[in-house]
Design a protein around this ligand. Structure first.
Ligand code: PRP
Length: 194
């Protein structure tokens, strides 16, 4: 009789380490627990006034989708796309690849980022939004690479502090690969092209 395979949860099934990953820094369970906590905080802080969640494409898509499901007060959803990295280096001049559908004037905006590194991307976006006369702009970032900051940025909700390593997974990419990994890990240094 053929052996019946034990069912595994999708999180457990996806948790085996990809061969290009040196080490897993935040596994699916740790991320999920932290996203729930952040969702609860946002729900508590922001219940009084309407706000619009604005995930920054593409890296924040998975974080934002999970976070949205943990927010218990009504919020709008719109998107902005920005890109500044080719390989491991920030160009230092982010480019808007997609703009908001709705006029943000007078609105409370909460930007959702996967990672803050140099801070150039958020600084650029916050300035764009302020020039459009938003009522307020806040930041929720899953990962904060504090040691890499070139320009100061205020993060209102932060998932985890991250070391100065090249991280991929849970939306973060290296040359458009690895976004699908259900955890956040450091890429093997030998795979990074200078
Ligand atoms: C990444 C990330 C942030 C930005 C952070 O985006 O998603 O938006 O870099 O880096 P910074 O603080 O040094 O500006 P990327 O340009 O790689 O685009 P992507 O999100 O489409 O992958």
């Amino acid at each position: 009789m053929a052996k019946v395979k034990k069912p595994t949860s999708s999180r457990a099934a996806g948790a085996s380490r990809h061969p290009d990953i040196d080490s897993i820094l935040f596994d699916g369970d740790a991320i999920s627990a932290r996203v729930k906590e952040i969702g609860r905080l946002i729900s508590k802080d922001r219940a009084a006034e309407p706000f619009t969640l604005v995930p920054i494409l593409k890296g924040s898509i998975i974080f934002a989708a999970d976070l949205l499901r943990e927010i218990e007060c009504p919020c709008g959803l719109d998107f902005m796309g920005v890109s500044s990295y080719a390989g491991t280096e920030s160009s230092g001049s982010p480019k808007l690849t997609m703009d908001l559908r709705e006029n943000p004037e007078g609105k409370n905006i909460l930007l959702v980022e996967d990672i803050v590194d140099s801070g150039y991307t958020l600084t650029y976006l916050i300035n764009v939004l302020l020039s459009r006369r938003v009522k307020s702009v806040g930041v929720c970032a899953l990962l904060d690479k504090k040691d890499c900051r070139r320009v100061p940025v205020r993060i209102d909700y932060c998932g985890f502090e991250a070391p100065n390593r090249f991280l991929v997974g849970y939306g973060l990419d290296y040359n458009e690969s690895y976004r699908h990994l259900p955890y956040i890990g450091a890429l093997k240094p030998g795979l990074l092209k200078a």
